[in-house]
Design a protein around this ligand. Structure first.
Ligand SMILES: [Zn+2]
Length: 159
């Protein structure tokens, strides 16, 4: 019997529900799955087409502790899901708070940098949406089609 490389427990054989349809796991889930519960095998992808004779279950091996870890991670995503770590609750809370602090700091840094970036983007947007009309020399804005301004004097066009 194979062993789970994370939990060092033997894989057991049993029924695994077959899931039909396009299954898309989030990137965070996929990362957690590879690291924390690689042998959960909670479902087997059955493809997109489900007919009356499509099997509902398949046989396969899985790690019971991986399944527990997966359930724990789905309840509350944490890099310690399914692991026995002393003081885990406190550690997870600390990690959560550290993540919040980091997000806050990134937010503050972005806020400090953003006005300038926004201004640059605005200038570029204006430059790209303004075009000089070759006939009359008016600058017209393609995003606000109604307004046509003279490229020289910046006065609105006479209409
Ligand atoms: Zn496992």
């Amino acid at each position: 019997m194979d062993k789970c490389e994370v939990h060092m427990t033997e894989l057991v054989e049993g029924p695994i529900p077959v899931r039909y349809g396009l299954i898309r796991w989030s990137e965070a889930f996929q990362r957690a799955s590879r690291a924390l519960f690689p042998n959960a095998n909670s479902t087997v992808p059955g493809g997109c087409i489900m007919g009356p004779s499509s099997p509902k279950e398949a046989r396969g091996t899985f790690c019971a502790r991986c399944r527990e870890a997966e359930r724990e991670w789905i309840r509350r995503p944490s890099p310690l899901a399914g692991l026995d770590v002393p003081g885990k609750e406190k550690l997870v809370a600390t990690l959560d708070s550290a993540r919040e602090q980091l997000a806050l700091q990134i937010g503050r840094a972005a806020e400090a940098l953003f006005p300038m970036a926004l201004e640059m983007a605005w200038i570029q947007l204006k430059a790209s949406s303004m075009r000089i009309s070759p006939v009359r020399g008016w600058t017209s804005c393609s995003t606000m089609r109604s307004r046509i301004v003279c490229g020289g004097c910046r006065r609105p066009s006479p209409r």
